[in-house]
Design a protein around this ligand. Sequence first.
Ligand code: DAT
Ligand code: MG
Length: 134
Amino acid sequence: MATESTLILIKPDGVRRGLIGEVVRRIERKGLTIDKMELRTLERETAEEHYGEHRERPFFGELVDFITGGPLVALVVTGESAIAAMRQLAGATNPLESAPGSIRGEFATEIGENIIHGSDSPESAEREIKIFFP
Ligand code: DAT
Ligand code: MG
């Protein structure tokens, strides 16, 4: 058990569909703390750095197009086991495999437009938070 911080993105599909409040409500209801929060549109370079681990994947170009395609909300969320807690709230990557009550399970149908990003480890969280909030 440890206090952690994680980088969360409410992706452009979530912002477009009016789900900022819904996601923020779930974060707060879980008992986690929002330390930082900013609405911004990413440059391609920033998106490519954030998703660098996927650079060789066939969907990388589409992923960068999507994540730069409109404003998103970047948050730093802190609390007990915040990384795993936020991955639980988000649900599995493919919304057709996410638990029904999770954010992706409830609000998305497509893997490419799955509403939310959450860091997957303490190392990723540290790296990603530096990209968005240097
Ligand atoms: P997660 O966002 O759950 O950490 P990931 O790191 O494996 O998932 O992938 C990052 C994002 O890339 C994911 O949220 C949606 C997109 N993605 C992943 N696999 C994909 C695929 N097979 N086809 C299209 N987009 C995909
Ligand atoms: Mg990931």
